[in-house]
Design a protein around this ligand. Structure first.
Ligand code: NAP
Length: 308
C-alpha cells in the first residue's frame, strides 16, 4: 500500500516553509516538495530583505536558509522533485505525480509562488540585486537620496514610484504607452508628485553598469530617439507570473492567473489550499506569505477533522 500523507506541501518559499513548520508542530504526516536546490523561493533571488520584522538587513538567501533550518530542526526537509501533475482521485485523495515518484495525500498546500516578469534586456540579469530590483518595498530604502527609475504602467509601478518618491531624490516612471494601466487612485498621486517624472511612450533598451547600475538607456517608441538616464536603482514592475498552470483545471483561478482563496487559503477544490504569492491577495510579501503557511495548516486540520 502506498504511504498516505495528511498533507503534501508544494513549494519551499516562505509560505511552504511556514506550512512545513506548522504542519510538523501540528503532528501532521507531511510531505514537502520543492524543485529548487536553494531554499527560500523568490527571496533567494532578492538582495536584502529589510522589512521582515526582527531581522533587519538579512539577505534573501540567509532568510531562506534560516527558514529551511528551522523546518529541518522539526525534521521537515523538502524532497527535491518537480511536480508534473496533480490529480484528485475518486477516493478524494490527491495524487501528486513528480519526475521521481508518485505520492498520495489527503490534502495539498499549494505554495508554488509567482515570479516577477522580466524584461529580457541587456544588463537585467547581470545587475539583478546590484541596482536592479523587482520589489520597491523591499529594496527602496537602499536608494535614499539617489535617482531611480520604475518601469511599468500598472498599479504596482505607480505604487512603487510613489513609495520611492518619499525616499529618492527623483523617480522616473517609464511606460511604453501614453496612458497608464493603473487605476485612477494609484495613478493620480503619481501624476501630481513633483519629484516623479513620467516618460511616456518609452521603453527600456539596456541597463548600464559593470558591478552596479549606473544608468538606463531608453527609447521613445514614437520618435525612436534614445537617451540615457543616470540612475542607481531600476525597479521593474511589469507584472507577475503566478505558477498556477499546474492547477488551472483543478481550482478556480482569477483572470490574472492567481488561485482564488482568502486568508484561510481555502480554494474551490476540497482539500486543496493555496498559500503565499500564488493566491489572490492585496500584498505579496514574505510576511504575508508566512502568515498564509500557518493559516493553510489550520485549514488543513479543520478539513481533516471534518472529513473524519
Ligand atoms: P499589470 O497590471 O499587469 O501591469 C504591468 C505593466 O507593465 C503594464 O503597464 C504593462 O504595459 C507593463 N509591461 C508589461 N510588460 C512590459 C514590457 N515587456 N516592457 C515594458 N512594459 C511592460 O501588473 P501589476 O502592476 O503588477 O499589477 C498586477 C495586478 O495586481 C493588477 O490586477 C493590479 O491591479 C493588481 N494590483 C493591485 C494593487 C492594489 O490594489 N493596491 C497594487 C498592485 C497591484 P501595458 O499597460 O502597455 O500593458
Amino acid at each position: 500500500m502506498p504511504e498516505i500523507y495528511d498533507t503534501a506541501i508544494i513549494g519551499a518559499g516562505p509560505a511552504g516553509a511556514a506550512a512545513a513548520i506548522y504542519a510538523s508542530r501540528a503532528g501532521l504526516k507531511s510531505l514537502w516538495l520543492d524543485n529548487r536546490f536553494i531554499p527560500g523561493g523568490q527571496i533567494a533571488d532578492s538582495g536584502n530583505v529589510d522589512n521582515y520584522p526582527g531581522l533587519p538587513g538579512i539577505s534573501g538567501v540567509e532568510l531562506g536558509e534560516a527558514m529551511a533550518a528551522h523546518a529541518s530542526r522539526l525534521s521537515m526537509e523538502p524532497t527535491r522533485a518537480k511536480v508534473l501533475r496533480l490529480e484528485r482521485m475518486e477516493d478524494n485523495l490527491w495524487l501528486i505525480h513528480t519526475k521521481k515518484a508518485d505520492y498520495q495525500a489527503r490534502t495539498v498546500i499549494f505554495a508554488a509562488g509567482a515570479s516577477h516578469r522580466h524584461l529580457g534586456i541587456p544588463g537585467e540579469e547581470e545587475l539583478s540585486g546590484s541596482g536592479v530590483s523587482y520589489c520597491a518595498t523591499c529594496d527602496g530604502a537602499f536608494f535614499k537620496d539617489t535617482d531611480t527609475v520604475v518601469i511599468g504602467g500598472g498599479n504596482t509601478a505607480c505604487e512603487d514610484a510613489l513609495f520611492l518618491s518619499k525616499i529618492c531624490r527623483r523617480v522616473y516612471l517609464i511606460h511604453r504607452r501614453d496612458t497608464l494601466r493603473a487605476d485612477q487612485a494609484a495613478a493620480d498621486p503619481v501624476l501630481h508628485t513633483d519629484n516623479i517624472e513620467v516618460l511616456w511612450n518609452t521603453v527600456p533598451e539596456e541597463i548600464i553598469g559593470t558591478d552596479v547600475v549606473k544608468g538606463l538607456r531608453v527609447k521613445d517608441v514614437k520618435t525612436c530617439a534614445e537617451r540615457e538616464l543616470s540612475v542607481s536603482g531600476i525597479f521593474i514592475a511589469v507584472g507577475m507570473e503566478p505558477a498556477s498552470a499546474l492547477v488551472s483545471d483543478l481550482v478556480d483561478i482569477d483572470e490574472t492567473g492567481y488561485v482564488v482563496a482568502d486568508e484561510t487559503c481555502v480554494t474551490s477544490a476540497p482539500g486543496f489550499f493555496a498559500a503565499g504569492d500564488i493566491r489572490t491577495k492585496p500584498l505579496r510579501q514574505v510576511v504575508t506569505a508566512v502568515a498564509d503557511g500557518a493559516n493553510a495548516v489550520v485549514s488543513v486540520q479543520k478539513f481533516l477533522q471534518q472529513a473524519g
